[in-house]
Ligand binder design. Structure first.
Ligand SMILES: [Zn+2]
Length: 80
């Protein structure tokens, strides 16, 4: 992948000249290297998960595990 080409995969890209890391989304145009500001090659180093895929994960988010049993505290204070 090279500067001015359009991105086909959301991910973390690294410029081969300076190892500058940037995240590009699908449809983005690869920019020049942010370090040396010249036309460069970009290498896809990490594929990222899109927001659509993340939504399917949210129901399994362990939010219920954070709930504390407040009733225990109340009974403690009422004893005094
Ligand atoms: Zn560079």
């Amino acid at each position: 992948m090279r500067t001015s080409e359009s991105v086909t995969e959301l991910g973390l890209y690294t410029s081969t000249c300076c190892q500058e890391e940037l995240i590009f989304d699908i449809g983005d145009v690869l920019c020049r290297c942010p370090h040396c500001e010249s036309v460069c090659d970009w290498e896809l180093t990490d594929v990222l998960i899109s927001h659509k895929d993340l939504d399917s994960f949210s129901p399994t988010y362990p939010g219920s595990g954070l709930l504390r049993p407040h009733s225990d505290r109340k009974s403690e204070t009422s004893d005094r």
